[in-house]
Design a protein around this ligand. Structure first.
Ligand code: ZN
Length: 377
């Protein structure tokens, strides 16, 4: 693995090593910017319990995707690439942009991707991540593998914590045997008076949710990522995913994050999905499910890897909500669902990172359920 580029000479090395992957990355960027199977739809929250003190396992928020609207005018989808600086990256890869004009963060990110895609690394990582397919796997183990071999390998930031909640076993080293150190700690977000609890992985301006599950049934190349025909295994626990995404983005924005949209990335043993919310424009994006592996072979899907690389580095490559998307106006209506003004204010100013883990309840919550910190949500 190469050192981080710091000097102009090193920049040139990044450029040279990246040339090897130019066509792979260009193809992936084109795909993400034009394919009907790599989209974002917009999501509306129809009701929710966000004004109650609820741990994430107790959150509910029935939603509607804009593509489920009867009115065809409202069913607009946007390509995955539309909220990323795809054009800038492409013009760099085509030699129209100089390394200097990219800036340090982007160069460092390119270096990360270049390392990831190098043949021996890609093969090795594919092997490590495909090994659990078809086998029972502890949630904590999958979270640790994803954190070590996807997130930390693709992200520019090294500021990553894995949740210390909900797992009986915790790993302070990667369980694949590579012995990469892992930081386990408090990844809670929110506020105890409203929605709160832990995400599996906190990494800078990105939250990660891992699921040690895989899709059931046959997947064909054609229906692999469709919203309508095959919602896939990441449909389960959707309310909680959306609650985590909204809370995470609100807390990022409270803490001075400038881009508005903050990604929450969900990774199962064979699928990836990205949710993003922007509290200011109140737009909630949900991506199609992307396959982690290429069809029929246990090799990581490079398009999905590039999609993940863009998402984990959203602070570097993200554009925020596009004016056209805002004009389209399919808002989440999250704040409108909170009638209590005090609670509404909490989502604007009083959410925090850390110190708000979900605790076991002795009394049922207002929906009649018992939240518990011992059940992995
Ligand atoms: Zn490992």
């Amino acid at each position: 693995m190469s050192e981080v580029a710091q000097k102009p000479d090193d920049y040139q090395n990044v450029f040279k090593s990246f040339k090897t992957h130019k066509s792979t990355v260009c193809n992936a960027l084109d795909y993400l910017n034009s394919s009907e199977t790599a989209n974002f739809c917009f999501v509306k929250i129809e009701d929710c319990n966000a004004e109650y003190s609820c741990g994430f396992t107790e959150c509910w928020c029935p939603t509607k995707r804009n593509l489920e609207e009867e009115d065809h005018e409202k069913r607009k989808l946007v390509y995955y690439g539309e909220v990323f600086e795809i054009e800038l990256l492409k013009s760099f890869l085509e030699g129209k942009e100089t390394l200097d004009s990219l800036g340090y963060g982007r160069i460092k990110a390119l270096e990360k991707l270049s390392d990831f895609l190098c043949d021996s690394n890609l093969q090795e990582t594919s092997k490590i991540l495909a090994k659990p397919l078809g086998k029972d796997l502890k949630e904590a183990k999958w979270a640790s593998l994803v954190a070590t071999h996807i997130f930390s390998k693709l992200a520019v930031t090294s500021d990553m914590t894995i949740s210390d909640m909900g797992y009986q076993i915790r790993y302070d080293q990667c369980p694949c045997g590579c012995l990469a150190p892992l930081r386990v700690g408090d990844t809670s977000i929110g506020n105890e008076n409203v929605w709160h609890g832990s995400v599996d992985i906190l990494m800078g301006h990105v939250a990660g949710i891992t699921r040690a599950e895989e899709s059931v049934g046959e997947n064909t190349e054609e229906d692999d990522s469709s919203f309508e025909t095959n919602p896939g295994n990441l449909e389960f626990g959707r309310d909680q995913l959306i609650a985590k995404c909204v809370v995470f983005s609100c807390v990022q924005n409270i803490q001075g994050y400038k881009l508005g949209l903050a990604p929450t990335i969900v990774i199962s043993k064979d699928r990836v999905k990205v949710y993003m919310y922007d509290p200011k424009s109140d737009m909630l994006y949900e991506s199609t499910e992307l396959p982690l592996f290429s069809p029929y072979v246990k090799k990581l899907n490079t398009i999905t890897i590039v999609a993940l690389w863009l998402a984990v580095n959203y602070a570097i490559f993200g554009t925020g909500v596009q004016p056209a998307h805002q004009e389209f106006g399919y808002t989440a209506d999250f704040k409108d669902r909170i009638n209590n003004m005090e609670k509404n204010e909490i989502y604007k100013t009083e959410l925090q990172i850390g110190g708000c883990k979900q605790v076991r309840r002795l009394k049922p919550n207002h929906r009649g359920g018992f939240g518990t910190s011992f059940i992995k949500n």
